[in-house]
Design a protein around this ligand. Structure first.
Ligand code: EPZ
Length: 421
């Protein structure tokens, strides 16, 4: 297993481009199942999770592949004729977003057998709302031997009111409704940019979706969809992570290929810490102050402060001037980066869903362990600031959501490298 070795104390400067959005690519790749033919996607990040989704589609009998060699950002998914509408446990357990094939399979093929994703490090992460939505559109759902068995002669439009705002739940049900007979109205939907991006792709395929990005999405079912060519939007969480990298090193970095509107809450919060952020021609320039102010944050659904940026902001607050109160209100166990940050000298006290972070003058490098995707990112950020050497083990967690992060940081002046353990 690879690990990252780094030495902190280098100010980051220069320009860096953001890769395509993981959390848009995953549902969009699954949506290829809704049309017969070959769909081509550009700006697809080269990530472990994307590889897993392509593998899931491949095991069903779809033609999948990255075009133009490993470094290319182009992928294709080809669906021809009958496929095996199943997603096996050994793949789903490595990436819960595989559950996103459920809606398209039931809608297009009338049947799906998808392993229950089970929990993960950050929480139980049930899919009851996904199943509630599919049932409301007429699917029969049975849970047997750890699998969801969903069948439907033909889905019919209906009203779905989500009890909980769920990103992939909204996406799964939206993908099912596009081929249902009649109108569907989805209420209390997730408003993330990735939901909007999926709707944009589905409409390019011939779907009739309105309201994506708001909490009420209306869908007129159509007979069939056609394959699509699409370039995926930039990853706002990678962009936010790079912004924090500039802030924590006292740097001055221009982050390119970003949609600032997708990061408003993060931009405002970083300005509160004393950073100067200027947006323009598709980029965000981050200039850090000498001394960072401590700020409080509560994670909420979009457009609030994203839970996927909580660990990164916490790393920043460990060296801010003052005390920061961070409340994680989306997932029940998303503070696993705290014990590792403690090893680097951070002063953090966790009480339930709240972490109280008292800024310290310096962090010290140490051997630490990644536990989940965004926790890994927070350890890299702390390592950029810490005095001395930091080794980060189990960085396969990082590879799930960041494309060549160490290369991007090294190009900005960080002393960081990946080594084969
Ligand atoms: C998506 O996960 C993202 N993943 C997550 O990103 C992100 O953290 C999360 O949304 C919240 O923004 C992808 O888009 C692939 P949810 P998702 O359903 O859809 C509860 C990352 O780091 N819930 O919005 O699985 C759930 O337990 C990953 O890139 C139910 O109770 O999250 C949680 O408390 C991590 N029943 C809350 O809703 C359901 O049926 C939000 O979960 C579904 C969800």
């Amino acid at each position: 297993m690879d690990k990252i070795i780094m030495k902190g104390g280098h100010r980051l400067e220069g320009e860096v481009s953001v890769s395509g959005a993981k959390n848009a690519a995953l549902p969009i790749l699954a949506s290829a199942l809704l049309a017969d033919g070959k769909s081509i996607y550009r700006n697809v990040p080269d990530l472990a999770d994307v590889k897993t989704m392509l593998k899931v589609l491949g095991t069903m009998g779809c033609g999948t592949g990255r075009l133009g060699g490993a470094q290319s950002d182009m992928c294709e998914v080809e669906v021809h004729g009958p496929i095996t509408p199943e997603a096996p446990y050994d793949l789903v357990k490595t990436m819960r977003a595989s559950v996103l094939v459920l809606g398209p399979l039931v809608a297009r093929f009338g049947r799906a057998r998808v392993s229950m994703p089970g929990g993960c490090a950050i929480g139980a992460r049930p899919i009851d709302q996904h199943l509630k939505g599919l049932k409301a559109l007429g699917a029969d759902i049975h849970l047997t031997e750890g699998y969801v068995e969903a069948t439907a002669k033909h889905l019919t439009g209906g009203t779905v009111n989500f009890d909980v705002i769920t990103v992939t739940g909204t996406e799964n049900v939206m993908m099912a409704a596009v081929l249902a007979r009649g109108r569907s109205v989805l209420e209390n939907c997730a408003r993330e940019p990735e939901v909007e991006e999926l709707a944009r792709v589905l409409n390019k395929m011939g779907a009739r979706i309105e309201g994506a990005g708001t909490s009420v999405i209306t869908i007129e079912g159509v007979e069939a969809l056609k394959p699509v060519e699409h370039a995926i939007l930039p990853d706002r969480i990678e962009a936010g992570t790079l912004m924090v990298a500039a802030a924590i090193t006292g740097g001055d970095v221009l982050i390119k290929r970003v949609v600032p509107e997708h990061l408003e809450a993060v931009i405002l919060k970083l300005r509160e810490t004393g950073c100067t952020l200027t947006t323009g021609n598709g980029g965000i320039r981050v200039r850090a102050p000498q001394v960072l102010h401590s700020v409080d944050v509560k994670t909420t659904e979009h457009p609030g402060f994203p839970t996927d940026m909580q660990a990164q902001l916490m790393a920043l607050m460990t060296v801010a001037d003052g005390t920061s109160v961070i409340s994680e209100r989306i997932f029940e166990n998303r503070f696993m980066h705290v014990p590792e940050l403690h090893r680097m000298g951070a002063d953090i006290t966790v009480q339930g869903h709240t972490a109280v972070v008292k800024g310290v003058r310096t962090l010290s490098g140490a051997p630490v362990m990644a536990t989940d995707l965004r926790a890994s990112a927070s350890l890299v950020l702390a390592g950029l600031r810490a005095e001395g050497k930091t080794d980060i083990q189990r960085i396969y967690h990082l590879d799930r959501g960041y494309e060549r992060l160490e290369q991007k940081l090294s190009a900005l002046g960080a002393d960081i490298q990946r080594v084969k353990a």
